[in-house]
Design a protein around this ligand. Structure first.
Ligand code: PGA
Length: 255
């Protein structure tokens, strides 16, 4: 039985004072739930605050990306080892907004993925097709190539590390992100099952325990139907993660 995981992706939002209020509400609303994992992925500047407020609680924290480099002359970049200093449990990798903004290829996302697992942090590796790709019948092919980049595209020892840190996959159809247009539970389930089958071809045991979470306009209204599907192990939540009541409701539904 896979434990459900609900992750808030704060994106480019927050301030020290707002975060304090939001985190206090989440702690109050979620402190009795022991059966589900929760996390918030915050902007780098708030990792210290998240660490200070969440250490010893049942909410994990993480970052929204890392550099593909370990260190060196890469102005403005942040490495996996730097976020490890703040006890991050998770790092989102390959989010479609990053892929679009910086023209990120699957190979580059895979390098970031490798940095994260080598730092002992759990990557939440995002995959998903655009509306055009789905309309052309290419959705499965696009997702397959994204998954192959972090499986066959990496050396065996990196994939072993990825299993050890319980890597997470987030299926986020690009057409469903941030616009209120969510995938139907069956559409999402079909893609999650497809991803699990792909992973089974590499490691059948691991495919049974890898968590595949869904993201794209998840709200308290649609969360239960999505999270009840057999291969949907949780959610990656954008807009609703900024509203304590809504995020907490989704977490309660997941548990
Ligand atoms: P959304 O964002 O919930 O606002 O659609 C999800 C995400 O981008 O991770």
């Amino acid at each position: 039985m896979r434990r459900k995981l609900v992750v808030g992706n704060w994106k480019l939002n927050g301030s020290l004072s707002e975060n304090k209020v939001l985190i206090a509400s989440l702690l109050k609303n979620l402190n009795t739930i022991q059966t589900t994992d929760f996390a918030i992925c915050v902007p780098y500047t708030y990792l210290f605050q998240a660490q200070a407020l969440l250490t010893g609680t049942n909410i994990f924290w993480g970052a929204q990306n890392v550099s593909q480099f370990r260190d060196g002359a890469h102005t403005s970049s942040i490495s996996a080892h730097m976020i490890a200093d703040f006890d991050c449990s998770f790092a989102i990798i390959g989010h479609s907004e990053r892929r679009a903004l910086s023209n990120e290829s699957n190979q580059k996302a895979a390098k970031r993925f490798a940095r994260v697992v080598n730092a002992g942090i759990t990557p939440i590796y995002c995959v998903g097709e655009t509306a055009e790709e789905r309309a052309e019948g290419l959705a499965e092919n696009v997702v397959k190539n994204q998954i192959l980049a972090i499986t066959y595209g990496l050396d065996e020892s990196t994939f072993e590390y990825a299993k050890q840190v319980d890597m997470v996959i987030a299926y986020e159809p690009v057409w469903a992100i941030g616009n209120g247009r969510t995938a139907s539970p069956q559409q999402a389930q079909d893609m999650h099952a497809f991803i699990r089958d792909l992973i089974a071809k590499i490691d059948a045991d691991f495919s049974k325990r890898v968590r595949i979470i869904y993201g794209g306009s998840v709200t308290p209204d649609n969360a239960l139907a999505l999270l009840s599907m057999p291969d949907i192990d949780g959610g990656l939540i954008g807009r609703c993660s900024l509203i304590a009541e809504e995020f907490s409701q989704i977490c309660h539904l997941a548990s």
